[in-house]
Write a protein that binds this ligand. Sequence first.
Ligand code: SAM
Length: 291
Amino acid sequence: MNGKPDGRWVTETLYEGDGFTCAFRADKVLYEENTAEQHLVIFENGLFGRMMALDGITQVTERDEFIYHEMMTHVPILAHGKVRRVLIIGGGDGGILREVARHKAVEKITMVEIDPAVTEFAKKHLPQVSAGTFDDPRLDLVFADGAKFVEEAGESYDVVIVDSTDPIGPGEVLFREEFYRAAKARLAAGGVIVTQNGVPFMQGAELASTIGKFRRLFRVATCYMATIPTYVGGPMAMGWGTDDESLASLPVSELQERFEKARISMRYYTPAVHHAAFALPRYVLDLVENA
Ligand code: SAM
């Protein structure tokens, strides 16, 4: 099916087993395929614009993707302050790549995506998400399993961004301790790893599991939060693992200085929002502290 008007509804399957779904009307299905890795559909919705779902789980929407991509990228990069090499695991739609590429001081971006179809069809049907950055000369795009990639010896990175699907299907390996351990081995001294860790009000066990593993690997194991409307159920958590205790509590003044030096216009991120994102509500603090 390609481009025909279609009044069908695409159901969010992430919480189906728990008795909750929601649905997005597909006014027009732009592309749909069972790739070698997962079911992929890209469609147009009246409220959120063009959207992509993988295995029935909302991945990216034109309307609110800026929140997730800005917060997953600029928080670790501006907190670190001297990022030159970034590793993106997953991120096939190119939204994280677009935000990383805005940092002119970054010299090398390695992106490891398991499913070439995601990149191919996102470039074609969601071009504004990657905004041409797949042609960035700093990019080394690798189509492989991110868990296998980090196992191999290779260059080190100042920031690792795990922009994965949820721990279902191909994404499941990206939530295992051996992946985090291998990813840590690819972190340069003082580096930081951030992970897509779902909506803790709905998927608290997933966050606790990651933080528990981070706690065995890093001196700092916590998360920060941002609310993406189409990741239903409340604010989502972005896992944070690093051996540098200072990075999660930089003063707003310091973040402001770095933000101004980076000269990047944002739609969600501000230094004050960055700082505040690490202030966790009690129920999330409980998940993190008891992980
Ligand atoms: N922003 C979305 C979210 O928060 O759920 C994630 C977006 S991005 C589309 C997720 C990407 O992870 C997909 O392109 C998927 O193919 C990729 N992925 C899943 N498992 C992977 C693996 N083991 N190695 C590399 N990429 C993987």
